[in-house]
Ligand binder design. Structure first.
Ligand code: DHB
Ligand code: FE
Length: 282
C-alpha cells in the first residue's frame, strides 16, 4: 500500500515564477507571500515524498475551450511546460509516474469517474509554478508527479462535492497500490479571485480564511457550495478552490495543520498556503 504522508495547497499565479526568476522575493510586494514557504519546503525536503499527486487546472494550454475534459489524468513518464503566450522562461520537464497513474486511472473509472486519460499532456503554470515554488531553482526533477486536471475555466464545471468525491476515490486508489512509495497531495490555485470582466479584482479575504479553517476541520461544509455560489462570493476564478477541496478528499482520519500563510492581494488573488498531515484510521 502506497503511503499518503500529507498535503500542501498553494496559489499558482504565473507572476510567482517571474518574481523568483527576477529575484524579487524580498521586495515589499512579494515578501509577505514568499515568507510563508520555507516551512513547507523544509517539510518536503525532510519527508522526501516519492510522488506528488497534483490537482491543477489547465488555463487553455492543453485543453482550450473547444475541448474541455471535466477531469483528466496524466499517465506519461514526462510532462513539458509550454509558453502560454507571455514569454514564460523555459523550465525543466516534470517527471511522471506512469505505473501509479495507470493504477489510479483504472481505479477511478471502475469507481464511476470517467476520466480523460492523457498519455501526452502539456502542462501550464497551474502545475509548474507550485513545483518551482517548493523546489527553488526548478530543482523538482527527482520528484515524480501525477497531474490531475479539473475543469475550472469553462462552464459546466464539476461541483465542489464531486471534486471532493474525486479526491476520496484517488485516496482509495493510492492506498490500494502495492508499493511502499510515499505520496504527497498538492491542491493548487485559488483562493478568491477574478481576473477579467467588470468585476476584475474581486476577492474575499474573510471567505478565504474561513475556507482554510474548514479545509482542516470540516471540509464537508465546503461541498455544500455550488460553483455559482463561489463565483458570487469571491469572483469568477474562485472555482479554483475545487482543487483544494479535491486534495482534502484524499486525506483521511484526523487532519492536523502544520503551517499556513495567507496574503492578499497578490496578482489580484487571495493567496493561501496550507501544510496538512493526517492520521490514518487503523
Ligand atoms: C493569475 C493566473 C491564475 O491562473 C490564477 O489562478 C491567478 C492569477 C494571473 O495571471 O495573475
Ligand atoms: Fe489559475
Amino acid at each position: 500500500m502506497a503511503n499518503i504522508i500529507g498535503a500542501v495547497t498553494t496559489s499558482h499565479i504565473p507572476a510567482i515564477a517571474n518574481a523568483m526568476a527576477n529575484k524579487a522575493e524580498e521586495t515589499p510586494y512579494w515578501k509577505p507571500f514568499f515568507d510563508g514557504y520555507p516551512p513547507v519546503r523544509k517539510w518536503l525536503n525532510e519527508k522526501k515524498p516519492d510522488v506528488i499527486v497534483l490537482f491543477y487546472n489547465d488555463h487553455g494550454l492543453e485543453f482550450f475551450i473547444d475541448k474541455k475534459p471535466t477531469f483528466a489524468i496524466g499517465v506519461a513518464d514526462e510532462y513539458h511546460n509550454s509558453d502560454e503566450g507571455w514569454g514564460i522562461a523555459t523550465i525543466p520537464p516534470v517527471t511522471g509516474e506512469s505505473e501509479l497513474s495507470w493504477h489510479i486511472a483504472n481505479s477511478l473509472v471502475e469507481d464511476g469517474f470517467d476520466m480523460t486519460i492523457c498519455q501526452e499532456m502539456k502542462v501550464d503554470h497551474g502545475l509548474t509554478v507550485p513545483l518551482s515554488l517548493m523546489w527553488p531553482g526548478n530543482d523538482y526533477g527527482h520528484v515524480k508527479v501525477i497531474p490531475v486536471c479539473i475543469n475550472c475555466e469553462q462552464h459546466p464545471m464539476p461541483q465542489p462535492k464531486r471534486c471532493y468525491a474525486l479526491g476520496q476515490a484517488i485516496g482509495k486508489a493510492i492506498e490500494s497500490f502495492d508499493s511502499d512509495m510515499t505520496v504527497a497531495i498538492f491542491g493548487t490555485g485559488g483562493l478568491s479571485h477574478q481576473l477579467d470582466g467588470e468585476a476584475a479584482g474581486t476577492l474575499n479575504r474573510k471567505f478565504d480564511l474561513e475556507c482554510m479553517d474548514k479545509l482542516v476541520t470540516n471540509p464537508e461544509e465546503l461541498t455544500k457550495y455550488s460553483n455559482l455560489d463561489l463565483v458570487k462570493i469571491g469572483g469568477a476564478q474562485t472555482v479554483e478552490l475545487n482543487m483544494w477541496i479535491a486534495m482534502r478528499g484524499v486525506l483521511r482520519g484526523k487532519v492536523t495543520e502544520l503551517h499556513r500563510n495567507y496574503h492578499a492581494p497578490i496578482s489580484n488573488t487571495g493567496a493561501g498556503l496550507l501544510l496538512l498531515e493526517h492520521e490514518m484510521p487503523k
